[in-house]
Design a protein around this ligand. Structure first.
Ligand code: S3P
Length: 440
């Protein structure tokens, strides 16, 4: 059913950021491997993360919700992961599936892995090929996509691997397989991607090293055969979800938003840097740390934005934020150019095509490129009035609804259902800040 975001005159208030999705997945996985019981609080209870919790339980961990956002996990420890009784369903989640494939590959188990229509179209060869080199086997129909059956091995061999894409999912998958391989596994990336796997594994007592490898390249190494020690951990707030609320403040005629408890990590802050380059005056107040990450309260107000060429060095650190960046670009004066972002083609939807369609249906001029897009900003509120096809992509849905808070005419989406995969409280937070979003 369609939902519509009606323009509002102000967008103001204070909201606490939801738990970070990347950290939530990892906390459940690592606690599920550890030798003992971990307590996690502030977990994001989005469907993607719940699917990871169910997967760890199916593989032998005890995973229990003890309160809102609070989870107790007793890991498998020495016993290791075991074959699940049925299929493991990762739903919509690329992160859940790709990281778990690496985690499972180092155990002598067999598991059939499935996902929803979007995930079943996403490329898995980027992780299957290196894992085959390490000694895991996969049965699939030849296309390298889900559904597939994984045959893990207790005798994986370490590899030195250079992924073709700058991808934290690929890096993490191989490092997690390396945790149970013989020897030292290394992953050398062309540009640093989000480092939550490395940071959180260290928190669980695992030794890894990260060193520069020339230019923007860096190598992460992990020695096989290490055990994880349980920890009590607090998940920091999600900067990617925060970006939607900050954008809402920037485009509003009377915007003033504070998002509390946001993780400040340089591998995740590209959107905020890009917004600042476009003229946003963002305030950040340090409030402490959680799970080894710095936390800030982020503040934004209405801004008169200018189009910019987004530097390619920012792409990895804002890979999930291009749909909401396009919304800022639509309100800005002048041209915003995105290049070097071809990975957007294989996200929950083809995000370049979906962004281009979202712009056009709302009266914004845009050019599609193989590796990005160029938006001609309206220098104020774009016309709006469009029905945006979300292609079951949560970030397209949320971007369109934020856009509709300040366009000339309302903006609709075909289906809000997928928003719950990453940000179940999105509608409540938007309403709290003054948005007018209704069914129909
Ligand atoms: C993620 C990595 C990114 C990102 C995704 C979360 C992670 O994917 O888009 O939402 O938690 O490792 P890629 O590794 O495919 O860039």
């Amino acid at each position: 059913m369609a939902w519509t975001s009606h323009p509002v005159l102000s967008f103001q208030g204070v909201v606490r950021a939801p738990g970070d999705k990347s950290c939530s997945h990892r906390a459940l996985m690592f606690a599920g491997l550890a030798d003992g019981t971990s307590e996690i609080s502030g977990l994001l209870e989005g469907q993607d993360v719940i699917n990871t919790a169910l997967a760890m339980a199916a593989l032998g961990a005890t995973v229990e919700q003890t309160g809102p956002g609070k989870w107790m996990v007793s890991g498998v420890g020495e016993a290791g992961l075991r074959s699940p009784a049925g299929d493991i369903d990762f739903g919509n989640s690329g992160t859940g599936s790709r990281l778990m494939i690496g985690l499972m590959a180092g155990y002598p188990l067999t598991a059939r892995l499935v996902g929803d229509a979007s995930l079943s179209k996403r490329p898995m060869n980027r992780v299957l090929k290196p894992l085959e080199r390490m000694g895991a086997r996969f049965d699939h129909d030849g296309g390298g996509m889900l559904p597939l059956t994984l045959h893990g091995s207790a005798a994986l061999s370490a590899i030195d691997f250079e992924p073709e894409q700058a991808s934290a999912q690929v890096k993490s998958c191989i490092l997690l397989a390396g945790l149970n391989a013989n020897g030292t596994t290394t992953v050398t990336e062309s540009r640093p991607t989000r480092d939550h796997t490395e940071k959180m594994l260290r928190g669980f007592g695992v030794k890894l090293s990260t060193r520069p490898a020339g230019g923007t390249r860096q190598t992460v190494s992990i020695e096989g055969g290490q055990t994880l020690t349980p920890v009590d951990t607090v998940i920091p707030g999600d900067p990617s979800s925060t970006a939607f609320l900050i954008a809402g403040a920037l485009i509003s005629p009377s915007g003033g938003v504070v998002v509390e408890n946001v993780m400040s990590n340089e591998t995740r802050d590209g959107f905020f840097q890009a917004a600042a380059m476009m003229g946003a005056g963002l305030g950040a107040e340090e409030i402490g740390d959680a799970a080894g990450e710095r936390l800030v309260d982020l503040q934004a107000a209405s801004a008169s934005l200018k189009g910019r060429a987004i530097p390619e060095r920012l792409v990895a650190s804002m890979i999930d934020e291009f749909p909401i960046l396009s919304v800022l670009a639509a309100f800005a004066e002048g041209e915003t150019v995105v290049t070097g972002a071809e990975e957007l083609r294989v996200k929950e939807s083809d995000r370049i095509a979906a962004v281009v369609a979202m712009m056009r249906v709302n009266g914004v001029e845009v050019e599609e490129r193989a590796d990005g897009f160029v938006v001609q900003g309206c220098g104020g509120p774009p016309p709006g009035g469009g029905l945006v096809e979300t292609h079951h992509d949560h970030r397209i849905a949320m971007s369109a609804l934020v856009m509709g808070t300040a366009t000339q005419k309302p903006v609709s989406i075909d289906d809000p259902g997928m928003i719950a995969t990453s940000y179940p409280d999105f509608m409540a937070h938007m309403e709290q800040l003054g948005a007018d979003i209704r069914a129909g």
